[in-house]
Design a protein. Sequence first.
Length: 190
Amino acid sequence: MYYYSIKSLLIVGLLLAISCTGKRSTTSNTNNPPPAKPAETVATTTSGASDAAKPAAQVGDLKVGQASGSYTAKGETVALKYAYAGRAERFGEDAVVILLTDQEIPDDVLADEIKNQTMLLGGKIRGLEYAIMKDGYWVRYHPGQYQESKSPVPKDIAVENDIVKGSDEGDITDGKYARSVKFVAAISKN
């Protein structure tokens, strides 16, 4: 009688699956996390030379420039609708800055808002401010000024073809400050 371990049988089964289909079979293993999903590619239009660099009008269930979800700051819940992004320095490091807001930011002040948060700090609009850096990310609630830093950058946030998209959730203060958001934003060239 031959003795085969379960591990040996799984390896043989995997090899058979590869040889029969040309593709690797997956098995459930509670010791290893599932593989990360590949970043979703943003399609570009091909109708003309000037349109070739423009992002598709819609990515997932959100269009570029839209946010969904909400955050809670000091007991007040704010619905988020708009998503903006740009490059700026945070904490002495280059970062992709993402602003998720309850109201639109006019085009003529967007570059300044990404760098200085004049409207957010002045209370003219409310929202979340993210800084995505090489080794992690930081988020600040407006109003309330609660801030938190985390490392690494969540796998659900990706920058591709000057489009930043993702989702984020957090509640580490027993509901005083919580967020659940999704967004798609074009990185501003200004």
